[in-house]
Design a protein around this ligand. Sequence first.
Ligand code: GLC
Length: 438
Amino acid sequence: MFKRLSLFLIAAMLIIALVPVVQAQDGGEMMINCGTDEEVTVIVGTDTVGTQKTLMEEAYAEFEAACPNITIKPLDLPESATDRISLYLQFFEAQSSDIDVLLLDVIWPGDLAEHLLDLAPYMSQEEIDAHFPAIIENNTVDGHLVGIPFYTDAGLLYYRADLLEKYGYDAAPATWEELTEMATAIQEGERAEGNAEFWGYVWQGNAYEGLTCDALEWQWSSSDTRIVNPETGEIEVTDPAWIEMLDMAAGWVGTISPPGVIGYQEEDARNVFQQGNAAFMRNWPYAYSLGSAEDSPIAGLFDATVLPSGAAGHGAATLGGWQIAVSKYSSNPDAAAAVAVFMTSEAQQKHRAIVGSYNPTIGSVYQDAEVLEATPIFGSLYDVFVSTVARPSTVSAPQYNQVSTLYFTAVHSVLSGDEDAETAMTLLELDLAELLGE
Ligand code: GLC
């Protein structure tokens, strides 16, 4: 009995030693679990889009200050999600310990689970339950929590409120046709006034995961179909309303959108919009805080809303978002898991929401007055965040990445004028059937 008690005391002391209390960025105190008291280095895949690198590195410094035995080494990840998964697959194939902690897109748990650690044992049930249950479910594969939610994302339509007013429009476009008309008129007007660089609409047209997101919004809003039906597993890419919509989008290239849009990723679109050279932009919430920054030419002149409706009678926002995961091949899994738990904590999510407009995955953060003041879209866009369309990653796992690659390649061939939408989608249907064995 005595022995058991002393073992318990030793264990308790160890836990206390591993959990320093530090001052969190928002002024409150928080406990940081270091995971180990050994001297170790943890290599953390670090985002390079927008403000992410700065934000993540600030968090590493906070963690290291609380856990001086742990050094965090950032590994800069490519901007494109498609390039990130290729990089991860190289590490995993080699069972490499050169990356410990990684950013996991919401679509990858099913594809990558076999290489990831179950993080549930490193968290209390209360910590897990604080996150949106749908994301926890998405990240749970065969009972293993393979990624802790970091932030969630949804596609938005950004628009220049000042230009809408200038050209006599009293609301953002309700339909894709209206968007096309408004973008055409504003572009003509702004060019006539001397801004030859001005474009109506910028978005993500490069052949990568981002195009799958944009195109799924066109597809779902026009036809209520979504590549692979998540309930039945049926391939759905040839609905006539979607084909018509895709031809319409191809018509934007070189008219209301720059010819180069078919090489654009998120940051390319944001740069054009933020410089004041576009009327409309499709992007994720992170662009809101950057566009509102003091040095932004469009600060105070723009807003964000639901993307336009297509023939299905509603708009659509692709569900995005990132998780923090730990590689199974890590040599320091305890320290790596501690970093993942810290990065996804409520205090971090609140800070990231305020300074970077990254959407928390912990519901309570949305009620925080400071968060709502810094990023009012979190309150006003509630409808967008609850009516998102998910990519068919669970139903097609572990082949989602291949499904998406076939899809964005086919869509890109239409945007670049190599194929008409009907031919491209008919061929895509055959390719998907072969891949998925139907
Ligand atoms: C955003 C989304 C992510 C998506 C990516 C595509 O980062 O959060 O889910 O896959 O954009 O570019």
